[in-house]
Ligand binder design. Structure first.
Ligand SMILES: Cc1cc2nc3c(=O)[nH]c(=O)nc-3n(C[C@H](O)[C@H](O)[C@H](O)COP(=O)(O)OP(=O)(O)OC[C@H]3O[C@@H](n4cnc5c(N)ncnc54)[C@H](O)[C@@H]3O)c2cc1C
Length: 413
């Protein structure tokens, strides 16, 4: 609440801010949660674009489901997820690929993984591009997958960062929307909306958080905004953050990842359609298209890295056209006749995030723990970029919020 004096102020009501607030509430710590936007959730956001059609604009998959706390939480709140997806199909060189090419791709994956895993513990680091096969006809496909996982192209990502991610191979989409799940399970804490924090003055015994609508003072602050926001200077820190913290922020830049939805008025694919089609033909990057997930009459495409930035700048219509052209390459030009609506996200342009998620630049994976490190037992940091091994995920953000709340709340007593 603006005008109040609390034990802990939290900046940002995305997953990390909401989980921090829930943890503080459980420990009866007095807190104020300030959110710049008109809604909670941040990068967890489901929009019901038509009655009964919930589309995730941000997180959608329960990544590494075997260790993901949201699997149990989803079940408890009556949400459904798909743990039984069929293998995808690849359309390349004007045709659907067969078992031999599929094996080639699998072998390429294994080779790349082995090479990256061989990086000695105490050795240096490399960009992913330097430790993956560049000569295979399937390199563009693997690069595209890296750009989705890390939101950056392989030349801009640390191998150590990629390898530190705890991947179990189980990624389950949420039927009613992951954003809706977050709102349901974490949305019952008090939040002050439309309250962008512009200045954090931590020069005195109490921290002052200044918004256009008033101030909050607190003994400690948990900052959960993205590295895109932290690096932009939109929040002024007085005194300035120390050099090592600014270095951590700039070493973990936000990349981009966008979703493109094509909404059909009927099923044009039939029962036998694969769950996912990746099209590698024609101009531009490859794209993976999920076909009729959960039986919804939609196709859901994903772009990542520089190409996502480029397409986002080209606009929503150009994004939808790109996905439609790719679909036509695989299924023929009449397939899009029944598209009635399209939608594309634009995370780089989101003023409260400024990108999709963070990846460590080559040589910088150690910066995640520095980003998470508190300053003077007064400024605490949380959010997806702080997570060393569940990076770029909803559950990583969730755990980091709880950790920061426990550290900040614990040190109050
Ligand atoms: C397109 C896309 C797809 C993704 N897919 C998946 C997926 O399938 N599975 C998965 O696990 N993860 C996925 N993620 C990642 C996941 O969504 C994020 O890791 C997570 O939501 C980040 O939460 P956060 O709390 O760290 O940050 P945020 O969600 O960015 O929360 C920070 C909050 O701070 C607010 N804020 C900003 N500036 C200020 C200010 N000055 N004052 C007050 N408040 C401010 C913002 O509005 C925001 O609400 C995806 C992300 C994107 C963008």
């Amino acid at each position: 609440m603006l005008g109040s004096s609390v034990d802990i102020a939290i900046v940002g009501a995305g997953i990390a801010g909401l989980s921090a607030a829930s943890a503080l509430r459980q420990h009866n710590v007095d807190f104020s949660l300030l959110e710049a936007s008109h809604r909670i959730g941040g990068r967890a956001y489901t929009e019901e674009v038509m009655p009964g059609l919930p589309l995730d604009l941000g997180c959608h998959w329960l990544h590494s489901a075997d260790l993901n706390p949201f699997v149990e939480i989803a079940g408890r709140h009556g949400f459904h997820y798909d743990s039984s997806r069929k293998p995808g199909a690849v359309f390349a060189g004007g045709d659907w690929i067969g078992p031999d090419q599929r094996n080639e791709i699998r072998r390429l994956h294994d080779r790349n993984h082995k090479q990256m895993a061989a990086l000695p513990e105490d050795g240096g680091d490399h960009a992913v591009v330097d430790m993956t096969d560049r000569d295979s006809p399937w390199t563009a496909l693997i690069d595209y997958e890296v750009s989705l996982d890390m939101a950056h192209d392989p030349d801009a990502v640390s191998v150590r960062d990629v390898m530190s991610y705890r991947r179990t191979g189980e990624d389950w989409p949420v039927k009613e929307g992951f954003g809706a799940l977050i709102a349901r399970c974490l949305g019952d804490v008090p939040v002050t909306l439309n309250a962008a924090v512009e200045r954090i003055d931590w020069s005195g015994p109490k921290v002052r958080l200044v918004t256009q609508r008033g101030e909050v003072s607190a003994k400690k602050v948990i900052v959960t905004t993205s590295t895109g926001i932290l690096g932009s200077g939109d929040i002024r820190f007085d005194p300035q953050l120390p050099e090592w913290k600014n270095e951590a922020i700039s070493s973990l830049p936000l990349g981009n990842h966008n979703r493109i939805y094509l909404i059909f008025d009927r099923d044009v694919f039939g029962e036998e359609a694969p769950d996912r089609v990746t099209v590698m033909d024609g101009d531009g990057a490859p794209i993976s298209l999920d076909i009729r997930p959960f039986g919804y009459n939609i196709v859901h495409g994903m772009t990542g890295g520089r190409f996502a930035d480029w397409l986002e700048r080209a606009g929503m219509e150009a994004s939808a056209d790109f996905a439609m052209e790719k679909l036509k390459e695989a299924y023929g030009s009449s397939i899009t006749r029944h598209v009635v609506r399209t939608l594309a996200t634009a995370w780089r342009g989101d003023p409260w995030v400024k990108g999709a998620y963070a990846a460590a630049q080559p040589g910088q994976s150690h910066q995640r723990s520095l980003l998470a490190r508190p300053i003077d037992d007064c400024l605490y940091f949380a959010g997806e970029a702080c997570s060393p091994n569940s990076l770029a995920t909803a559950h990583g953000a969730y755990w980091s919020g709880i950790e920061a709340a426990e550290a900040a709340g614990g040190s109050l007593t």
